[in-house]
Design a protein around this ligand. Structure first.
Ligand SMILES: Nc1ncnc2c1ncn2[C@@H]1O[C@H](COP(=O)(O)OP(=O)(O)OP(=O)(O)O)[C@@H](O)[C@H]1O
Length: 302
């Protein structure tokens, strides 16, 4: 059963249509990612899901509720991490956790959350004295404190160092394993690939694809890339003449050959015929990044 249903969502800011007919359905217990470049309309979309913005068109349902009309009821079911935590400067971490716990009928044990998020030694610290990463971790704790059925996390790991990022991923995967549905806004490919069961790729306010990370990759075909340093100059036409090769690019003293099928065999056979060896040869498979570029026509910012 879909726990979040978004259909034909439209949101305008003045003349600018930030969200232009977005639709997707998130199943119970999924980690569903919204992936897209800056300004694509990701935050606006999830703010409509959270009931923070009124759509200009379309419908949104979360646990069968209308986020604007049923805001009071939804507050007990949905936990949201805002892009920038807005807490009073002098509020201590412990006070923030206790305050947020008081909003919910059955809050989680915040001591457990701060333990996993490595904030235990910051309980008496004022919000303004926290580092960017600590503020971010606190905002994750506050999003999860009400034991939500649905958690909306916007730019979950932006500003976190690599270890803290991995800790946050493990925490979120664990939360999902306890049955919480997670809607995750991200522009980090690695995060999307590792964490999300499915993704909606959004570009210029529109959904360009909804699929699993591997499904998105397979949509752009069985592409591969070979990178190597040829032992002697080589006419690119020798390679582009091969049916397996789609493009050849020179970067410094290296060649980057893209193609499909048995690319490695085809290229190495031609090189051998020309008595050229390929030093530091690397074979790269299509990544989510490649799929994103193919789907949207431009690279991500990560
Ligand atoms: N309150 C607002 N008033 C006017 N325009 C806005 C407002 N909020 C967002 N926009 C514009 O709407 C578009 C979509 O913004 P949104 O923040 O939803 O995108 P995003 O995909 O989340 O981007 P980012 O990754 O940069 O957060 C952008 O062009 C943005 O400038």
């Amino acid at each position: 059963m879909a726990i979040i249903e978004v259909d034909g969502l439209v949101k305008r800011y003045g003349d600018h249509t930030a969200v232009d007919g977005v639709g997707f359905a998130v199943e119970q217990g999924e980690i569903f990612g919204i992936l897209g470049p800056n300004g694509a309309g990701k935050t606006t979309t999830v703010e409509c899901v959270e009931g923070l913005r009124t759509p200009d068109g379309g419908t949104v349902r979360v646990c069968g509720l209308d986020p604007r009309r049923d805001a009071g009821e939804l507050r007990q079911l949905l936990g949201a991490q805002l892009q920038e935590s807005e807490l009073p400067d002098k509020l201590q971490v412990r006070e923030a956790l206790e305050l947020y716990s008081s909003f919910y009928r059955k809050p989680a044990d915040w001591r457990e959350l701060v333990e996993v998020l490595r904030l235990t030694d910051r309980l008496d610290t004022q919000f303004r004295r926290l580092s960017g990463g600590q503020k971010q971790r606190l905002s994750i704790a506050l999003a999860l404190i009400g034991r939500p059925r649905v958690a909306v996390l916007d730019e979950l790991t932006t500003g976190l160092d690599p270890q803290a990022r991995r800790d946050a991923w493990d925490l979120i995967a664990g939360v999902r394993d306890r049955g919480v549905t997670i809607l995750l806004v991200t522009h980090f490919m690695e995060e999307a690939e590792r964490l999300c069961d499915r993704l909606a790729v959004i570009d210029s306010g529109r959904v360009v694809a909804v699929d699993s990370p591997t499904g998105l990759v397979s949509r752009v075909g069985d592409r591969q890339r070979l990178r190597f340093r040829p032992s002697a100059p080589l006419d690119h036409a020798v390679l582009t003449a091969l049916p397996e090769v789609t493009s050849v690019r020179q970067t410094g003293d290296r060649l980057v050959v893209s193609g499909t099928g048995d690319l490695l065999l085809a290229v190495t056979t031609v090189l051998a015929r020309h008595r050229i060896t390929a030093a530091e040869l690397r074979v790269e498979q299509t990544s989510l990044d490649d799929a994103f570029v193919a789907l949207t026509g431009h690279p991500t910012d990560s």
